[in-house]
Design a binder for this molecule. Structure first.
Ligand code: G6Q
Length: 547
């Protein structure tokens, strides 16, 4: 295919011109005499969500030109292709249908001419039944005791999605305790097993391929631990498997009742809506798991049906694109003001960086523009006490999303007002900063000497003009969480379309895995391979000092 020169297109050139004008503006000026909030915010009463993007360095013209870019990229047409099961993951020749997993309508979804909804709904029913059986003791451990603890063994998306959601919905938990083991560092599984009783522990082996080194190593250690205490026959009562590779699950010793299938049209990092969400369903109950799916489905419908100009994931995407490709912002921050969303930034980091960390376009050519940003994140207010200094006064330009909840789940003293005061204050400070004149005025008021004032003023100035989006949600529920996750999924999808990259493969993680397999044999003293002098010296030191 011929070279596609994205930067030479009219829509890109128009943005380039607009950037030259807009980059000279400050949010202080943009806010003067205008009700930007009316123009640049969306309230969705059905969901209980307000999206304010007025504190972005855009004019009405910028917004229109960004929308022109998205329309020319045919974002909506590609969304239709994704939802209808076209094989938009072109390097793996796969459909991308995490949206079918949360399709709450009666509409069929076809892959290769086959409606996949009956299979999806059958697995959901199996998950529901399993969860009930676990809770009422019908599915008990080998010695007849009720399961009190679940250990999800998985890595990457087979860990991060369910782990993030379980953490986020902890308030709603009414099922067994849930633990997560992912790292191949033996400390992870050993620390987890230390306080568990094999008679009352169930392992969920979550792996799309059922071949992943970390997961299979941890699963086998867990199996040995169980078998050494309860014997071989106990395995089928204490292990279930979530996978597309049913054959491998059976080989592990898990029987039909304990197999929860999903399909290759579900990408790993989009899989928490599938059987991979079993730990979530067990932890908070199947009804709440369903609400999570409903929240995501709500955003799917919003994404498909709401016009570009009012479409929240599309707006999130074009704003990120604006800063990434015109302002040279290489980092984007995700900042939830909620202890429950502790894992959310890490989740978005994987979702975004694994999806859009690509340099080859649809034509197979190397791109000559920036693609996915580095995602930085942390929860407020904790992160204010660590990396916010750089966001406010550093030399980097870091746009950010602030995610907050109006009603707290835990009602204790005035914690919520103090938390949210910080939420609003940080966005105000980032946008408007503190001018030299304001700094001097503050100093004079507090009686500083003229010499001290002159010395300190440069350090105390905040430039401001740091853009933020506010995603302000009425309450954290399974439904609003599902919606929030789907908003980011679609934002990432839209950006991938605009950058003309494949957001759904991940070849970049392969090389390290291959090299590790070679080095593993060397560390075990089984083979010797030639490496560069640095790698060879390090391996030698490792082997010499290994006790
Ligand atoms: C996600 C990635 C990756 C994957 C893990 C685990 O999109 O592909 O993070 O989830 O490598 O893979 P398995 O689920 O196959 O064990």
């Amino acid at each position: 295919m011929g070279k596609f020169e994205l930067k030479k297109t009219d829509v890109w050139q128009n943005l380039e011109k607009n950037y030259k004008k807009t980059a000279m503006l400050h949010l202080r000026d943009l806010f003067k005499g205008s009700n930007r909030f009316n123009e640049f915010s969306i309230r969705d009463n059905n969901l209980g969500l307000t999206f304010d993007y007025s504190k972005n360095i855009i004019t009405s013209e910028t917004f229109r030109l960004l929308m022109d870019f998205a329309k020319t990229a045919k974002v909506k047409e590609y969304a239709d292709k994704m939802f209808s099961g076209e094989k938009i993951n072109w390097t793996e020749k796969r459909a991308v249908l995490h949206t079918a997993l949360r399709n709450r309508s009666k509409k069929p979804v076809y892959v290769n001419g086959k409606n996949v909804m009956p299979e999806i709904n059958a697995v959901l029913s199996k998950m529901k039944k399993f969860n009930n059986d676990l809770r009422n003791g019908k599915w008990a451990g080998f010695t007849g005791k009720k399961i009190t603890d679940i250990v999800n063994i998985g890595i990457g998306c087979s860990d991060l999605g369910p782990r993030m959601v379980c953490e986020a919905l902890k308030y709603y938990a009414d099922g067994p305790n849930v633990h997560f083991v992912s790292n191949i560092d033996g400390a992870d599984i050993c620390e987890t097993l230390r306080n568990l009783n094999p008679e009352t522990t169930l392992f969920i082996i979550a792996s799309k391929t059922f071949t992943t080194l970390e997961t299979m190593t941890n699963a086998s250690t867990a199996r040995q631990w169980l078998v050494s205490k309860l014997g071989d026959k106990s395995v089928s009562k204490h292990f279930v498997g979530l996978s597309t590779n049913v054959k491998k699950v059976k080989e592990f010793g898990i029987d039909e009742n304990g197999i929860f299938e999903f399909w290759d049209f579900v990408g790993g990092r989009y899989s928490l809506w599938s059987a991979i969400g079993l730990s979530i369903a067990c932890y908070v109950g199947f009804d709440r798991f369903t609400e999570l799916l409903e929240g995501a489905y709500y955003i799917d419908q919003h994404f498909l049906n709401v016009p570009y100009e009012k479409n929240i994931p599309i707006i999130m995407a074009i704003l990120g694109f604006w800063y990434n490709n015109f302002f040279g912002a290489s980092t984007y921050a995700v900042l939830p003001y909620s202890q429950y969303l502790y894992k959310f930034p890490a989740y978005v980091q994987q979702e975004d960086m694994e999806s859009n960390g690509k340099f080859i376009n649809r034509e197979g050519d190397r791109v000559d523009y920036e693609t996915g940003p580095v995602i930085l994140g942390g929860i407020g207010t904790n992160a204010q006490h660590s990396f916010y200094q750089l966001v406010h006064q550093g030399t980097k330009f870091i746009p950010s999303d602030f995610i907050g909840f109006i009603n707290s789940l835990e009602k204790v003293g005035d914690h919520q007002e103090k938390l949210m005061a910080n939420y609003f204050a940080q966005m105000e400070a980032l946008a408007f900063g503190l001018t030299k004149e304001q700094v001097v005025e503050n100093f004079v008021r507090t009686g500083f000497s003229q010499a001290d004032i002159e010395f300190l003023v440069p350090y105390k100035v905040f430039d401001g003009n740091r853009p933020t989006n506010s995603i302000l949600i009425d309450s954290l529920t399974p439904r609003t969480l599902g919606a929030l996750i789907a908003l980011y999924e679609h934002k990432i999808f839209v950006q991938g379309i605009m950058w003309r990259i494949n957001s759904f493969d991940q070849w970049g993680v392969e090389l390290g895995k291959v090299l590790a397999n070679v080095i593993l044999l060397e560390l075990k003293g089984e083979t010797y391979s030639k490496h560069d002098v640095s790698t060879e010296s390090l391996i030698k030191i490792y082997r010499d000092k290994r006790k």
